[in-house]
Ligand binder design. Structure first.
Ligand code: ADP
Ligand code: MG
Length: 290
């Protein structure tokens, strides 16, 4: 594009809260044929709530919650905030020998007993069987919930289901991208069952589930190896490598500084619909030069 067209294009973007870092970003955005959205905080609000507590036989709710909270106090994850909000008012226990496993959950000792809080991968890594709560866990995941399993001394003492609502514009955004000939992917650390349900509700084309935080960039690379031009939309610290790897990285303005620094385009209004606007703007800008 001519320098003039680029100036007009980036200026129009800025006026709409879409900060495009350079001319190359605008030129790359025209060619995108896949956009990958990080699920949490991008397609969803990233402020999950606890929607169900199911203790195992002989365990009471307060015991389940305070045990979970003891571990979750040590985590920065949005799931931790949801569990702690629900455990408010209960006696606070502390965890010793706390460990965090990215994309899986937490481990530590509470009242001298070994406790885990996390997903099925964490359970499998520790040789724990789901037992009596297997069917309920499965059902909740099928309904799009993220299920946190609480394990004490090798036994699942209960599950906590967490729901993260889609952003109001998510579904329409996906439809509009598809209308523009762009395929939409969703990437998440969530379990496959949970992810497929959310994806089906939103009309997502490609579901990338159970992706560990360090694997997001590699997933983008795989799509590029299949000759796709890939946009990535994310908000978190662990999205930075994927934002850099993508042909165009879009950061949610309300996201972390690292994500914003790694991106080519910053969406100041934190609205996924602005990805569509950015692509339309790039197409209009480049059209002017011909
Ligand atoms: P996402 O960004 O898609 O939420 P993460 O990699 O942050 O993905 O987390 C993936 C999964 O790991 C979560 O869905 C959850 O099952 C588990 N997990 C991560 N952190 C915690 C935590 N603090 N407590 C319990 N489970 C966790
Ligand atoms: Mg995120």
């Amino acid at each position: 594009a001519t320098p003039m067209a680029i100036m007009v294009g980036t200026g129009l973007g800025a006026a709409n809260g879409i900060l495009i870092k350079d001319a190359a970003a605008l030129e790359e955005a025209v060619k995108l044929d896949v956009v990958v959205f990080d699920k949490t905080g991008t397609l969803t609000t990233g402020e999950p709530k606890v929607v169900q507590l199911t203790p195992a036989a002989g365990i009471d709710e307060a015991d389940l919650l305070s045990t979970a909270a003891a571990l979750e106090q040590g985590s920065e994850h949005h799931i931790a905030k949801a569990v702690l909000a629900r455990a408010e008012g209960l006696p606070v226990k502390t965890a010793r020998n706390f460990e965090s496993f990215g994309g899986k959950g937490l481990k530590g000792e509470v009242d001298g007993r070994q406790v885990l809080s996390g997903n099925q991968m964490l359970l499998a890594d520790n040789g724990v069987e789901l037992g009596e709560l297997a069917a309920e866990s499965e059902r909740l995941q099928g309904a799009g919930r993220t299920v946190v399993h609480i394990v004490r001394d090798g036994r699942v003492i209960g599950i906590i289901a967490v729901a993260d609502a889609p952003r109001p514009t998510a579904k329409a955004t996906i439809q509009r991208l598809q209308d523009l000939g762009v395929k939409v992917a969703m990437i998440t650390g969530d379990n496959k069952g949970t992810a497929s349900r959310v994806a089906a509700e939103l009309g997502i084309d490609i579901v990338l589930a159970e992706v560990l935080p360090g694997e997001k960039a590699a997933k983008v690379k795989e799509l590029q190896a299949q000759k796709h031009r890939v946009g990535f939309v994310g908000d978190g610290v662990n999205d930075a490598p994927a934002l850099t790897q993508a042909d165009v990285g879009f950061a949610i303005g309300a996201g972390t500084d690292v994500a914003i620094e790694s991106a080519d385009v910053v969406l100041m209004r934190s609205d996924p619909a602005d990805v569509v606007k950015a692509i339309e703007l790039s197409r209009a800008t480049l059209r002017k030069m011909h």
